[in-house]
Ligand binder design. Structure first.
Ligand code: SF4
Length: 355
């Protein structure tokens, strides 16, 4: 821990990060309070060139930036193509590069929203968009369109959740509720407890699921208190998103362990991203690392045609080739399904990995 703080302090200088104690570093609220939200906060650091800063500023005017000191500390600052930097720092290509088939909402979620904040695309599952806040705004996010919406007040959020619960209670075909966002773990513990309690009461809801990237971007958010709350709402599944071996740190492993010890299984929905993990060796190390920390590699998602994300897309063949080769090289427990989300509300399994 001390080494990480020293390294980060060395690269970001105390002009930016005012380290107090190791306790601060381990405090998720401190991490959020000290997040880097403006590209110009990086301009003193030599390896980040002026062109790069200008590109970041251009992109962040449309798609905002926020990175926790923790996640930033995983980056290699001597490598401009570092996969952590690529995932969290704005890039001019987000506004300057676009493919013809990309759109703000390629999965047509807005069309499947019977009420605000609820996506009902799959007959037996409902997706609740809990908040538009995230610990880190991942540059490859498929809901970038939400980021700029003003934060909803907690009062409105409660009313909205009650309206969603009312809808779900009248739709008996729904057996599973998935909490996503944004990141649901950006809500307070009390709010999370209230939310899970609200949906747990609905008699035909058999299972709940949380989609959150905080084990990767803000692992200190997985506190003992939060785990105690979550454990009361089992069967509760937890999906996170590890995209690169550098994200499998001691802190991330311990966060996943706390969830597992609370009886909550953790899976990873990795996204195939150009320049981050689109080669056999990186993917193999990532998947084996996940198996080692007992996080199940669940899906490998083809990067979707989202505006502002096109520079991360690979062709379908890249994923198929990687998975074909991994099949021959590692155990089946490490193998996720390679899938592509479809606008009509289906998942298309791709290649041999789905058989
Ligand atoms: S944490 Fe999830 S929802 Fe938030 S920016 Fe990253 S990918 Fe998008």
């Amino acid at each position: 821990m001390t080494t990480v703080i020293a390294q980060l302090s060395a690269c970001l200088s105390d002009r930016l990060i005012h380290f107090q104690t190791t306790e601060d570093w381990r405090d998720w609220k401190w991490q959020l309070k000290n997040s880097i939200t403006d590209a110009s906060e990086l301009d003193f650091y030599d390896p980040v060139g002026e062109d790069e800063i200008q590109g970041m500023k251009l992109a962040e005017r449309r798609y905002k930036m926020s990175v926790t000191p923790y996640y930033l500390s995983l980056a290699d600052w001597n490598n401009p193509l570092d996969p952590i930097r690529l995932q969290c720092l704005p890039d001019s290509r987000e506004v300057l590069y676009s493919c013809e088939d990309s759109s703000e909402d390629p999965l047509n979620e807005e069309m499947h929203m019977p009420i605000e904040g609820l996506v009902h695309k799959f007959r037996d599952r409902a997706l609740v968009l809990t908040t538009n806040r995230c610990a880190v705004y991942c540059r490859h996010c498929n809901r970038k369109r939400y980021w700029s919406q003003s934060n909803r007040t907690q009062t409105n959020a409660i009313k909205r959740l009650e309206a969603i619960a009312d809808y779900i209670s009248r739709h008996h075909e729904i057996r599973e509720v998935i909490f996503s966002g944004g990141d649901p773990l950006m809500l307070s513990d009390n709010m999370i407890e209230m939310m899970l309690g609200l949906f747990k009461k609905i008699s035909h809801i058999e299972v709940m699921r949380i989609g959150s990237r905080v084990p990767v971007t803000l692992p200190m958010r997985i506190t003992d208190r939060l785990c105690r709350i979550l454990s009361r709402f089992r069967p509760l599944w937890f999906n996170t998103q590890f995209n690169h071996p550098a994200e499998i740190t001691q802190e991330a492993q311990e966060a996943c362990e706390r969830l597992q010890c609370a009886g909550i299984p953790v899976s990873s929905q990795t996204v195939l991203l150009k320049g981050v993990n689109d080669n056999l060796e990186t993917m193999k190390i990532l998947l084996q690392g996940l198996q080692r920390i007992m996080v199940r590699p669940y899906y490998l998602f083809q990067c979707e045609p989202v505006k502002g994300v096109d520079h991360f897309r690979t062709d379908i063949k890249t994923g198929i080739d990687i998975m074909d080769n991994i099949w021959g090289e590692t155990a089946g427990l490490c193998i996720p399904h390679l899938v592509s989300d479809m606008p009509e509300g289906k998942k298309r399994l791709v290649g041999r990995a789905c058989c």
